[in-house]
Design a protein around this ligand. Sequence first.
Ligand SMILES: NC(=O)c1ccc[n+]([C@@H]2O[C@H](COP(=O)([O-])OP(=O)(O)OC[C@H]3O[C@@H](n4cnc5c(N)ncnc54)[C@H](O)[C@@H]3O)[C@@H](O)[C@H]2O)c1
Length: 384
Amino acid sequence: MSGERVNVGIIGGGLMGREIAAALRRWPALVDHPADPQLVAVCDINPAALEWFERIDTVRLTTTDHRELLADPDIDLVYIAVRHDLHEQLYVDTIRAGKALLAEKPFGIDRAAADAIMAAIDETPGAFVRVSSEMPFFPGAQWAIDYVRSGALGRIIEAKCTFLHASDLDTAKPLNWKRQKRFCGEAGVLNDLGMHTWHVPLRLGWAPERVMGVLQDIVTERPGPDGDLLPCDTWDNAVIHSWSFHEGAPFPLATETKRIAPGEKNTWEFEAIGMNGGVRFSTKNPKQVQVFAVVDVPGIGREQSWQVIDAGSQSVWPTVTGPNFESGFSDAILQMWAAFLAERAGALGDRFGTVRPEEAALTHRIFAAAIAAHESGSFVRPEV
Ligand SMILES: NC(=O)c1ccc[n+]([C@@H]2O[C@H](COP(=O)([O-])OP(=O)(O)OC[C@H]3O[C@@H](n4cnc5c(N)ncnc54)[C@H](O)[C@@H]3O)[C@@H](O)[C@H]2O)c1
């Protein structure tokens, strides 16, 4: 079965723009998907960035002006991957142009920007907007989410979601837009990595009731373009301790986002521990899910046991890949797009979906509360 053609435009042809262009070329890996996306247009203010896209023969429009791309009536859907201070304008323009949008996190530079994007969605009949967060589409993450949903954990004792990087341990790493408040936002690393740690908790219904932030700005200067040291004024590491509820019972929920976690390269982890069972998944060991259970050992009796299950290759949408094979980052990106376009086509059913705009807007309230709590030293309730 071949799905319905969806003409895609990308705005921002940098790191993520290229990743998505590559993912769309792998679409035949999906089995019986309702959509058939084709990249037809790319916009980047830097003409050099556009050159990379010449290798993709379906691209018929390259431009340095996003308004030209949005004015093209044949483009159905736009993916935008630009600096955080540009999100609000470009997202609002795209929604108002009547295009479906897969937005990048953090969905505007702050709460006010997220609210302005939400207002544009509310004012545009038929608007379809979702936000990128691919790590939960690893098969092991899906396994863990399903296990929590099955009720096997019983009363939840605690849960944690973590996203860790370490490249900023190198103090000689040059300053870029992601390390400057005016481009990245007041929330710093929370804007960069926070959505990845809240997607699963929020989808499980674990919106925090109150939060405490523990934030660090560890490297305060970095070399600028001419080698002189310039201010690097964003939070590097942020831990949010919060109280949340599962089936009416309170439990501590922690999220960790770190640019300086020595040894870690894009490590996403989810853990939920309950009275009857537990589950842990880390992209560090992407094949494996750890499951806790109390087991009967013949001749010994009941023992508490962590066991390991290989998750295989299958995630939200079936693929031609053998189920025993391994999955990786680019597979998670493909699965996120499969979920996004299936939801747009009304075919996602009860499968796990991409971040909804209201969840993304809530993350800005959580981040603002965490920063306020860090400053005051007391727990703060996120605004609703
Ligand atoms: N989902 C993920 O795993 C993930 C990973 C990295 C970054 N991101 C997010 O993706 C977004 C972009 O990050 P990136 O790493 O790709 O950045 P990048 O700096 O590599 O690329 C951004 C591109 O946008 C272009 N650009 C700037 N202004 C523009 C404009 N007005 N119109 C068109 N193009 C413009 C730049 O020239 C550049 O090529 C950010 O929101 C970031 O948080 C997501």
